[in-house]
Design a protein around this ligand. Structure first.
Ligand SMILES: C[S@@+](CC[C@H](N)C(=O)[O-])C[C@H]1O[C@@H](n2cnc3c(N)ncnc32)[C@H](O)[C@@H]1O
Length: 310
């Protein structure tokens, strides 16, 4: 599908069904983006229902909808608990997270997320953030760079890529997407060049935005915010993210609780073992249908997991 809109929502119907929206419920969309999911959630709410939409990106805020049943919060979703406390909300009925970048990010050349355009190596989702891709390429050690490309990009050539970057930066700073593509391009197989280049950019983006760390913090906070029967609906686009979500649903937490906490809190622990907290609703993952894949190729790597608070 050709679309010059902000973002085509992925697995929209599956997400709405997963949230099990009640007209008087309180919901959170942690990744508002172009509001594709939020707009449909609000349509299902009556005047007693409410949706909070989070996004750390100024562009998302500027495009956000106006509705009495909706509140936009410009913040990293890792702070969702603090914000809900601020709004006097103790528990919610459902939380949606559609992780990663929007099509808008990839299409806006100057944000530096895509190798399709020549632009400064920025890649911040939050324009107020201090870390940029350019800084990472200039400040990180060769080993750290190799780790990023290996872990977040799953690239076989991670060491060679890191070494080429370090060699180049000894001559001059790497400032633009084109400069990076020119360094990395010759190291990638001709048959997979585009796919692997996308992985190089993805790996840097994940590091710039601290995506894995904030995901774990968010999952723990979101799980605490859900009332019993409330739904956690998470869409991922990367195997590492999906593994974190899968383990979270299995264990009920992502950041291991401290032993002191384990022995002192009888609310969350039973005989020293954590009580079961989440029930896997869709038994594994849901993926886009063939029809959706044909209409929206960007949905290709999406995996949806749905859990219910016990
Ligand atoms: C895949 S898009 C969401 C698209 C949205 N569901 C739609 O249909 O329009 C992800 C959005 O989440 C935002 N985002 C990603 N990580 C975030 C975080 N840690 N905190 C707040 N917003 C985040 C990005 O800025 C982006 O706009």
């Amino acid at each position: 599908m050709n679309c010059d809109c902000y973002h085509i929502p992925v697995m929209l119907h599956e997400c709405l069904a997963g949230l099990n929206v009640r007209s008087d419920g309180t919901y959170i969309d942690l990744t508002y983006g172009g509001g594709g999911h939020s707009r449909e959630i609000v349509k299902l709410l009556g005047c007693d229902g409410h949706l909070f939409g989070f996004d750390q990106d100024l562009d998302a805020m500027n495009e956000s909808m106006t509705d009495d049943r909706f509140t936009f919060v410009r913040s990293n979703f890792r702070f969702v608990s603090n914000w809900m406390q601020y709004y006097g909300v103790n528990h919610v009925d459902g939380i949606l997270a559609d992780l990663g970048v929007s099509s808008h990010h990839l299409d806006e050349a100057e944000r530096g997320f895509s190798f399709r355009y020549d632009a400064p190596l920025d890649m911040r989702m939050n324009q107020r953030g201090l870390q940029t891709a350019q800084k990472i390429l200039s400040d990180y050690s060769e080993e750290q760079l190799a780790d990023i490309f290996h872990t977040y990009g799953e690239l076989r050539q991670s060491r060679r890529i890191a070494s080429a970057i370090v060699k180049k930066r000894q001559v001059s700073d790497i400032k633009t997407t084109n400069e990076l593509s020119n360094i990395v391009g010759p190291l990638l197989g001709k048959d997979r060049e585009k796919k692997d280049m996308a992985r190089v950019f993805q790996a840097l983006r994940i590091e710039v935005n601290g995506e894995m760390k904030v995901l774990k913090e968010m999952l723990d906070a979101a799980t605490r915010l859900l009332r019993p029967g409330g739904r956690l609906v998470v869409m991922t686009y990367h195997s590492l993210e999906d593994r974190i979500v899968k383990n979270h649903i299995k264990n009920g937490y992502s950041i291991a609780p401290s032993p002191t906490h384990a022995s002192s809190s009888n609310e969350e622990f039973l005989f020293g073992r954590r009580k079961e907290i989440l029930r896997d609703v869709n038994r594994g993952v849901t993926v886009p249908t063939e029809t959706e894949l044909a209409q929206n190729p960007r949905s290709r790597s999406a995996k949806l997991r749905i859990a219910e608070k016990i």
